[in-house]
Ligand binder design. Sequence first.
Ligand code: GBH
Length: 478
Amino acid sequence: MKVQKPNFLWGVASAAYQVEGAYKEDGRGMSIWDTFSHTPGKTAQGHTGDVAVDFYHRYEADIAIMKSLGVKMFRFSISWPRILPQGTGRVNKLGLQFYNKLIDALLAAGIEPHVTLYHWDLPQPLQDKYGGWLSDKSIKDFAMYAEVCFKAFGDRVSFWTTFNEPWSFIWIGYGMGTHAPGRCSDRTICAEGDSSKEPWVVTHNVLLAHAAAVERFRALVPHGNVSINLNSEWSEPMTSSVADKEAAQRNLDFVLGIYADPIYLGDYPASVRHRIPDLPEFTAEQRASLKGSTDYFALNHYTSRFVSDDEDAIPTGLTTHIQHNGKAIGKQADSEWLVSVPWGFRRLLAYVHRRYGAPEIWVTENGCDVPGEDQMAFPAVVEDDFRLAFYQEYLAEAMKAVSEDGVNIRGYFAWSILDNFEWADGYTKRFGIVYVDYKNGLLRHLKASAKFLAALFAPEPAATASAAAAAMQTATIE
Ligand code: GBH
């Protein structure tokens, strides 16, 4: 397949707890993910992020890899407990120092830093003190933490996001209970929690925390751009029936609209309000602070599902990868939840463009794991044809979204630069475009997909060659 050269920038993404390691070094405090991963039975094979892929010590070499690939932007998250070991109060100078060094090294390599403030690692003391995001006290504390970061790094970092994927950490952490802080109604999985109530409380607090942080951002980093990373699958109606179409829309409302609507349109989607009487109301002042609280749309996207209307699958509908005729929606990746559906990416991009007023879109995560990859060894493992095809096909659809649907894509980040700690799956799932050899000193090796992306986004060699040829001809004629 021939893919046109994208007219947007490319970058690679990561998250603090997934890559840094050094969990007790230089004054770092503990987060809810340290607690969760150290609790027996919560992660695959008891894996933790204690060492992760040692990015804390190897960031210079990893930046050199990015530079060699021609990467223009690096998305990373800041570990809140590195900056504020207790969550509030005393600032840890050595924590600031690490991110200062990282940012300076990126800029020196010509790579633009994109910073996420919260990629799921809440300081444990705030969980202990008042239940973390369940309490509205978290709003002020998050805004304070954000302010420390804006003041420390805002002079050099122009692109920021507040939260990574509220849907994921809220629903997996407080609904299913299989991510930190591990709360849910099922007492065989969770010691505490209420899946029918807590996710809505947390949703509300997280949105207000986002708005509070953005208020400070605009005062402190007026030249910068801020957003919130929202993830969404594309929801394809199972049939052309009105009921299925409505169910698919409802699913988008519950996964994406519940966060994006208050921010872009001023309130929760009506379909969510109707079905969730417990959803708190915004005051007029809160609505005003949320509306317009982003400068661009930061979209994380991986996969798509069919949705059908179903009485038993309220509030949204039944979602599945399998059509009525038994055909799968796309190619199965390694993670059960991930199926490659390139056309779903284009539809989602066009949907965001239409519904949210043609915003600038930065795709802040896209990528996949490869079936069986964890069972393979170097060097065979770096021939990741499945991932290469995934990127090729998804990017081809993104290009169609730009040229045919008028979608304004400004940047695209591959998830992830490195294989890393894949949350509850530990190190058993690999999303890197660079292989990390866990059995051999955490050595890094480029995968074929990394080379493909580097070549795709590289300045056109043909153009350079023909320009050179033209110059030669001119010279000869003269
Ligand atoms: C991203 O989430 C994360 O931002 C990133 O940290 C992570 O490494 C990456 O994906 C790869 O997983 O529990 O079966 O219902 C991706 C979106 C949405 C994927 C929720 C997992 C849970 C499926 N995630 N989904 S399930």
